[in-house]
Write a protein that binds this ligand. Sequence first.
Ligand code: ADP
Length: 489
Amino acid sequence: MARPQTFRSKITRVVMATTGSALLVATVALLIDEYVSHRADTAQRLQVMARVTATQISAAVVFKDSRAAEEILTSLRADPDLAAVAIYALDGTEFVHYLRPGTRPVELPATGRGRSGFHGGIFEHFEPIIVDQRSVGTFYLRSDLDRLRIRMAMNTTIAVFALAGAMGLAVFMASRLVSLVTQPILRLEQVANKVTGERDYAVRATQESDDEVGRLVHAFNEMLAQIQLRDDALRKAQADLEERVQARTVALQTALREMESFTYTISHDLRAPLRALAGFSRMLLEDYGAALGATGNDYIAKISAAAKKMDALILDLLDYSRVTRQEVKIERVDLNQLVGDVLRQMDPEIRERQAEVAVDRPLPIVLGHALTLSQTITNLLSNAIKFVAPGVKPRARVRAMHKEGVVRVEVEDNGIGIEPEYQDRIFRIFERLHPVETYPGTGIGLAIVRKAMERMGGRSGVESEPGHGSRFWIEIPMPADGAPPAPAA
Ligand code: ADP
């Protein structure tokens, strides 16, 4: 992964690129200028020299005095630019020549005629030797421009060193300048890190200048001040809210406890006058039954039935209250034993309704509260054999199966079934679908089932089709050690 570029490296690069390219352009321009002007100087100087020499040697050429001519040519050897000089007679034959010692072998022009100027890497000049306005021959000179080349090579080397030195200096200066800009930004970054790391909005960055960075620091501090204000307000609001929720929870819990204890006391205390009512009705019937006649006896029977109904309602309310209030200690419960006990207790009711109850054994072990579970299964079985169409023999079946870490216990019946829209409602307290005359009851049984399952960390529900029976189910947590002996769902 590419490393993120720092501000310092970016600025240094920009400075190096700008300085480098400016210096390079300037150096190249200087070198070109130097080359061009030096070439022009050399050409001019050699031309002047050729003209002067042509005049000096004219007499020697006219009198064909080769010694004098050679002497004059030899005097030219001091000039470092000259590689070769020669004198040609008018007919183009070479009269005399001189080659600088140590120069590369050169071929002199054959006829003494040619074009003056730069050719390739050399400079040549043909100067006519004039006597009395008549040409008597040609003076030829040639320079191999070695001096120009050496000079240019030296200049280039000096330029490269100067360029490198200037770049080094630029980088050094840039790094000093960059520090001036980056230091305040780095300090700002440290403050920002402290704010995010420690959530401390009280810290502030120091503003050291009035430039752009200084203004940035100022804006950053302003922003921190605003966040700090909001943070304080938020904290206060949160603390207030927590306090209010706490106070309300306590008040609600107290009210709930008072309400539950009130319901329990009322339900409990109501039974005493009811028992008196039933007792005195019975005594009235026994002692004065004959005197009261048929109508009187009927009234007493109604009072007695009403007292019984009321007692059943109170007993159910007490059960509901107990399931809600009592401590539910979760432990391992063997359903085989529990269902067996429930069936034994329900035996009179089963016989009375001439019902048939089948249990698919073996049943598993579950995690629950035995008393509450037994109450739950009693309620479900009691409903299963109660809500059957007239004349139909009630048949109920209990079975259990595994389902995703829970045990599902089902109580199936051949009863009247429940319309889909009522299937959830019937689990609410006092919700009944039939008049007491058709099917007696208080409307509390399934509310106890739901509450009991909630308290044991389970669930409850029903699947049913009107006229085709119902299947009530509860789901109870399964013990972690080993699967209970029940088939998977
Ligand atoms: P209760 O049995 O005292 O009436 P429940 O809370 O046990 O009260 O049941 C509420 C209602 O749900 C019943 O009145 C009945 O209408 C319906 N119900 C419960 N169990 C069954 C069942 N097995 N088949 C059909 N309807 C049922």
